[in-house]
Design a protein around this ligand. Sequence first.
Ligand code: FES
Ligand code: FE2
Length: 385
Amino acid sequence: MDRVTLDGIVAEVEGYMDRDTSCLWDQEGLQSASHYCDPAWLVREQNVLRGNPVIVGHGSKIKSPGDFFTHDLTGLPILVVRQEDGSVRAMLNICTHRGTRLCTQHQGQGRNFVCPYHAWTFRIDGGLRGMPRPEGFVNVDKSQYGLKQLPCEERHGFVWVVPNPDATIDVAAHLGAALDTELASYGASDLVLEREENLAAEMNWKFVLDGFLEVYHFAKLHAKSIAPYFYGNHSPFHTFGPHGRMVGVRASFAELRGKPKDHIATDALIKHFAVNYMIFPNTVLVWQGDHFESWTAFPGERPDRCVTHIQSITPPSMAQPEFEGKWQRNWKILTGTVVAEDWAVSQTIQRSAHAMPNDRIIFGRNEPGLQHFHSQLTLAANATD
Ligand code: FES
Ligand SMILES: [Fe+2]
């Protein structure tokens, strides 16, 4: 984040503190509770996910040509491979002979991909190299039997894919110039994956994002965990097209309130905040002062199932064995709080969503992040008709 933007956020936070308030939108926002439990609505949301760039992993885990990982959370089996020229390709992980899952590992390195069924062999760019007993396939044009390519781009360190072979991809355009520039300001392309995990939960995928888009729940739900470290109010929220940025204010900001801050370096000043980016449609990316955490939520086959891909992205100097203990503790607190507190309460909402009076839930004026996320998603989902 550049200094002008950060100074603006600091002034906004101090204004909210002086008036004991928060970013308030003009109106409350109403939302149909069925969006958490209706299978027909889920189909529309899945179409939204198939029409947008989604984060499938971090580029730093495939550094050398032939390094690959697989991803299975979008509804398509995806194989992501680093190429000879340094670029990244994503392809359907489906053998073009008879459809076997080609690569069975989660991650690895290779010069070829050999199908486990009849040993058709594919190059790292997806081209069909050959097959045993080629006399059985004399009429096959090998150039037409390469792996199906998916729109794929590496940007801000992440690998983004539109899970639809017929789509195109332009992540910078998707983010818009302002958000694209702001993410670049963290030096995101130079950061590396420190650890990652997929967590399944019996709840709708949107709850994962909901938990990061307001601090109104901190005082009660997180009273015994993180509430002492954050204000449960005073949070600015700004939109970037369909995306958004909510700033959580750490308790440490109290010591700076009302004092000059010009002498404090930007990197030090921003440590008093947790900067939560909602990257439409299914990621929350949190700048934690010296590293990113990302939470990318994928719907399951039912409205009440999801899997979340969580990543910790750090400077290379901090992704070293001597910091293992720090990151392990951090991960335990982070996932422990979210799973035991946020997701536990979300699952109670999931179980009662079908019975919600008037099929209505309400987002407060002080929950603009939720209003924005849900209204943007509803717009996009309705546009898939
Ligand atoms: S299905 Fe892959 S080689 Fe036959
Ligand atoms: Fe929470």
